[in-house]
Design a protein around this ligand. Sequence first.
Ligand SMILES: Cc1ncc(COP(=O)(O)O)c(C=O)c1O
Length: 372
Amino acid sequence: MNEYFINNATDTIPSNNTTNVIRNSKAIDYHRSLSVYQSTPLVSLNGLARKYNVGNIFVKDESYRFGLNAFKGLGASYAIHKILQDNPDITTFCTATDGNHGRAVAWASRLAGKKVVVFVPKDTVESRIKAIESEGAVVINTDLHYDETCEIARATSLKEGWQLVQDTAWKDYEEIPALIKAGYQTHFQELEPEIHSLPNPKIDLVFLQAGVGSWAASAIWYYLNRYGKNRPKIVVVEPNEAAGILASFEAGKRVSPDGTFKTIMAGLNCGIPSSSSWDIIKSGTDITIKIKDEFAEQAIRELYYPNGDDQRIVAGESGVGGLAGFIALMTNPDMQILRDTLGITTHTNVLFYNTEGATDPINFNKIISSKP
Ligand SMILES: Cc1ncc(COP(=O)(O)O)c(C=O)c1O
């Protein structure tokens, strides 16, 4: 597999049930009704921008979201709210997760007074399991990869009469993943007034880290819907060893990637892309790249040890995926073609989303104490 793929985006939102659900939802109204709701900060990193020779760099810091240390509560809470509107008698929710989504489902279930069972794949670190348990969930380690863990969650839910709340879609399971994508719209919409209050309110380039691609698809839907052909350029970033979207672009259809599925970017360590995300991703991605873990480590240090007057940001291994992709793309001499394709200049404004804080504190401390 190559390290990147340059896509000829159609810039046309596919018309289907998923995109209809996103269009017809107003998740931000629901989120604003929660007592814990607050818009997450948008941080401007001029020092980092100078270092990489671009106009400015902005980071929306989702580590502050709902006190959950990651953005995933946006999707789970909205989906569970909508599911319970139609079916209030559900007693138990279930999901498979590499950490953040499971904590979010457990948190939203607890708020709704429901039980929850969370299946985690092998290599899920203790701190992430503890965070899910702290929300009252029963956690079961399958000792399998992510895709197989999703299958176990699906089959067990069916057998036990539990309600599955999965953030990836497959044939005949697209409604709930669509609600989750609709829930993610909140933070893209929050950004609008924040960006419009900037002296130069234009974002030229957005980097999106991807696991199954639900979040990237939600972002792409937002940018296509809001800005059409004037949308920012979009780069999708995946771990080297779990690059299902890149593999799918290369194959011309949704496939599982080759790879060891060994990466510190646990939230992005997924197999086949979500069925209902793939068409949206294809329609609005300019470039997709895969990166080695070293770039995630470097990105964590860039945010933790600020440049100039920049503010410190504490970001986790998956949270920095976008910035890690940017660093790879800006520093690799073989990627000049990507910089040219994206038209990156000293005036380009770049946006990243820090989608998680330090959810594995042991590894985080190791990374910030080691020099490259
Ligand atoms: C921190 C973080 N960022 C990004 C993602 C990617 O989301 P998706 O799996 O929808 O691509 C995840 C998924 O778990 C995550 O935990």
